[in-house]
Design a protein around this ligand. Sequence first.
Ligand SMILES: [Zn+2]
Length: 215
Amino acid sequence: MQILMFGPPGSGKGTYGSKLSAKFGIPHISTGDLVRDEIKNETEMGKRINDYSSRGLLVPDSVMCQLLQKRITQPDCTGGFILDGFPRTISQAQELEKMSTTDLVINVQVPDAVVIARLGSRLTCRSCGAIYNELFLKPRVSGRCDKCDGQLYQREDDRPSVIQQRLELYQKQTQPLLEHYERKNQIRNITNNQANVPPEEVVEEIVKIIQSDSN
Ligand SMILES: [Zn+2]
């Protein structure tokens, strides 16, 4: 079972992906994590990626595809995987089709206002980077990190005007991909209209969608 997760920043797709992974016993592969691991482990690939980003360039599709190919040919992927953060372009989608067979695309749809409410209430610890949320993951003491007592602050990325820009960029990049998978009849939409729906509920709905599809 090979599933792609699509959703705007703040849609919760990362959380849903990892819960689905536990449910179905297949790995949740986030290309963002793959990239960070390569950089952290200072591999050849990591150095190349670092070189691109330090020059303000996008990591080329060929590098991303190589990275993904390496991951999905690991033994734990024989039963399938959940892919998060890939493909981002039509050319990546075409490369993915050469190396694997996608079954479904789960498209998490969240109204902009909800994303802004969610990300806009996110707080990050200045000392350890832990993430909290004023709506549903409050620190025990307001403004202080539970883990290290560090100061909590709002990242520049989480300011409403910046979130709006990130959402617009996401829509622009994703539209051609949605059309691509729509033509293959692989898109399954799931709508999340509220800021504080427990992830378990959303995951349950996604599981139903997946199961009804494989029947
Ligand atoms: Zn902290």
